[in-house]
Design a protein around this ligand. Structure first.
Ligand code: ADP
Length: 293
C-alpha cells in the first residue's frame, strides 16, 4: 500500500541554518501520526512544506503519490489543513466562512449546502451558524477551522498544534473530534508540544485503521525517535525510579515497573525517591537532557 505522506531526506534552510535537517518519514493511510517536539524543533516548518506553503530546500515530499513541488494542485485536493494561526475570517459568519471555502474548492450546490450543514453538525456548531466568527470562543473557532478543512473531503488532515491555548475541557472535546475522524479512516498528522496530546491520540490501541499509530519526536530539525508509544516505552524502560539530588531529579529507567519497584524496595534509605510508569516526557528528557517546554 502506498504511504499517505512520504518525506525523503527533506531539508529546510533559513539563514544558512537547517531548521529541518534530513527528515525522512512515511505515514500510512489511516494512521494518526503525532509529531512531538519543543518549540522551535521544526514541526510547523515540516507541516508547511508538506502542505505546499513553503518549498523544501532539498529533498522530496509526496502526498498520496503526488509530488508537492510538481503537483501542488493535486496535493491540495488530498489535504485539509488547520494551522496555528486562526485562518478563519472573523468578520464573516460561521456559515459564510464555510460557504467561501466550499466555493474555492468548486463544490457544487446542493451538495455544498448539505455538506456544510453536516460538518457544522459534526463539530457541534450548527446553532452558531449565523453568528459572526468574532463572537465565538477560541475552541469554537478551532472547531470551525476543522469543519472547514474537512469540507472538500480530504484524505489527510494536518493539524498544527491544534489545541494550543485552549482550556483542558475544550482540548478534550477536540481530541474526541480528531479521534472520531481517525476512527472513520482519515489519516491525521498532528504536531504538538503537549505530551498528553500524543499519549491520548496516538495510543496504538486506538488506531482507526487497525494499524498502530506512531509518534515522531523531533528536536533541532531532526527526527530523534520514531515508533509507537509502547515501542518507545519498551525500548527505554516502562518503569522509572526518580531520585532527588538537591534541586533536581535523577531518572533511572527499568524494563518494567515491577523491576523499578523491586530496586526501590532494596534501598536502605528511600527518602527523596519515587517510582512510577515512564512516559513520553521522560523519554524526551533521556534523549535530549531537556524538558519539552
Ligand atoms: P516548531 O513548530 O517546532 O515550534 P518551527 O518550524 O516553527 O518550529 O521553527 C523552527 C525554527 O525555524 C525556529 O528556530 C524558527 O525560528 C525558524 N523559522 C521558522 N520559520 C522561519 C522563517 N520564515 N524564517 C527564518 N526562520 C524561521
Amino acid at each position: 500500500m502506498a504511504a499517505a505522506v512520504t518525506l525523503q531526506n527533506v531539508f529546510k534552510v533559513y539563514n544558512n541554518t537547517p531548521v529541518v535537517n534530513d527528515l525522512s518519514l512515511a505515514i500510512q493511510p489511516g494512521e494518526i501520526f503525532g509529531l512531538l517536539g519543543p518549540n522551535g524543533a521544526g514541526k510547523s516548518t515540516t507541516i508547511r512544506m508538506i502542505t505546499t506553503l513553503t518549498q523544501p530546500s532539498q529533498g522530496q515530499i509526496f502526498i498520496e503519490g503526488f509530488d508537492v513541488m510538481k503537483q501542488p494542485v493535486l496535493v491540495k485536493q488530498q489535504i485539509g489543513v488547520v494551522l496555528q494561526q486562526m485562518s478563519v475570517d472573523v468578520d464573516l459568519t460561521v456559515w459564510e466562512n464555510m460557504e467561501f471555502h466550499g466555493r474555492m474548492h468548486h463544490i457544487p450546490n446542493p451538495r455544498r449546502q448539505r455538506e456544510i450543514a453536516e460538518w457544522l453538525e459534526y463539530v457541534e456548531l450548527s446553532d452558531r451558524r449565523d453568528d459572526y466568527v468574532k463572537t465565538l470562543s477560541g475552541g469554537m473557532k478551532r472547531r470551525l477551522q476543522i469543519a472547514r478543512a474537512l469540507l472538500h473531503r480530504p484524505r489527510i488532515l494536518f493539524l498544527d498544534e491544534p489545541t494550543v491555548g485552549l482550556d483542558p475541557q475544550t482540548r478534550r472535546r477536540l481530541w474526541e473530534i480528531i479521534k472520531g475522524l481517525n476512527q472513520q479512516g482519515m489519516t491525521i498528522l498532528l504536531t504538538t508540544h503537549y505530551m498528553e496530546e500524543v499519549e491520548y491520540l496516538c495510543d496504538s490501541n486506538f488506531s482507526g485503521s487497525g494499524i498502530p499509530n506512531r509518534i515522531g519526536i523531533m528536536d533541532g530539525g531532526k527526527l530523534i525517535e520514531l515508533g509507537t508509544l509502547q515501542e518507545m516505552r519498551h525500548k527505554y524502560g516502562e518503569g522509572l525510579l526518580m531520585k532527588q539530588q538537591g534541586d533536581r531529579w535523577d531518572y533511572h529507567f527499568f524494563p518494567t515497573l515491577a523491576e523499578a519497584n523491586a530496586h526501590f524496595e532494596q534501598q536502605p534509605n528511600k527518602a527523596g525517591m519515587m517510582v512510577r510508569p515512564s512516559n513520553l516526557e521522560d523519554i524526551f528528557v533521556e534523549l535530549t537532557g531537556r524538558n519539552l517546554d
